[in-house]
Design a protein around this ligand. Structure first.
Ligand SMILES: [Zn+2]
Ligand SMILES: [Zn+2]
Length: 260
């Protein structure tokens, strides 16, 4: 890899040669100009750093997260828009996103269980659905407005929400995260920085006893958003801003199914 190239810091947008070495090894250049910038978003970045960075992969469920999703399967989702109705359940929404309409509850339970960090390797025939499950189940339970138990869970659900919004607005190609090209993956990594900074600026709820990112200022949040916009225009062209603004405003839009 060319170690002389420079890029814009994912946090503040400054031109720099410093990149995350674990992510560079995985094949993606994610620049952080200073230890300060890297530390500000580390709580979020560490979830996708290294092997998960590229191809982009959502981390496995923690045991608590898996139980939370399993407990929520029959819960109605509070998303009113098409193609969902208020009566849709988390389970129905997951099935729709997976493109697996005839999945039974037992199928979903097996897949979710095989996606927990401490699960024994599973021979579930549906295992190729796991990367999609790691995204869409987190997205589906967002709409139940359950209490979020940990900062990790908050960040991962937020990322799934971002992915769904960008995807629904056509700002990401209609593929699973692991099939994204390096430029789109980088965009999502920067989205996670925005999410982490924002959470540190206005914490969602007290997660007792948990490590938190250092507090950020609204100025730092804005700078990160501006840096993302600049990256997007430079990389995808000016029209792309339109898609991004649809995504950010587009809480009324639904993402489509995740399968090609
Ligand atoms: Zn920076
Ligand atoms: Zn990294």
């Amino acid at each position: 890899m060319d170690t002389q190239s420079t890029g814009e810091c994912l946090v503040c947008g400054s031109e720099t040669k410093n990149r995350c070495s674990a992510c560079a090894q995985a094949g993606i250049d994610l620049f952080f100009c200073s230890p300060k910038c890297q530390k500000m978003v580390w709580q979020g970045h560490k979830l996708f750093c290294g092997p998960n960075a590229f191809p982009l992969a959502f981390p496995l469920f923690s045991q608590a997260e898996a139980s939370d999703i399993l407990d929520s399967l029959e819960q109605p989702v509070a998303r009113a828009e098409e193609p969902y109705t208020r009566s849709a359940t988390v389970m129905e929404e997951i099935k729709a996103h997976l493109g697996w309409p005839d999945a039974t509850k037992a199928d979903l339970i097996e897949l979710i269980s095989s996606g927990t960090g401490d699960a024994a390797p599973s021979a579930s025939p549906a295992l190729d659905q796991l990367p999609a499950m790691l995204v869409w189940s987190r997205y589906a339970i967002l709409a139940t407005h359950r209490t979020i138990d940990s900062f990790r869970q908050f960040l991962l659900q937020g990322m799934a929400g971002f992915y769904a919004l960008l995807f629904g607005a056509g700002a990401l190609p209609p593929v699973l995260p692991q099939d994204l090209d390096v430029r789109s993956a980088r965009l999502l990594h920067q989205m996670l920085c925005i999410l982490t900074l924002h959470a540190a600026y206005s914490p969602p709820s007290p997660f007792v006893g948990e490590a938190r990112p250092p507090p950020s200022t609204s100025e730092e949040c804005k700078r990160c958003v501006t840096a993302l916009m600049q990256y997007a225009v430079k990389t995808f062209g000016l029209e792309y801003l339109q898609k991004l603004s649809v995504a950010f405003k587009g809480r009324s839009r639904s993402p489509g199914p995740s399968r090609r």
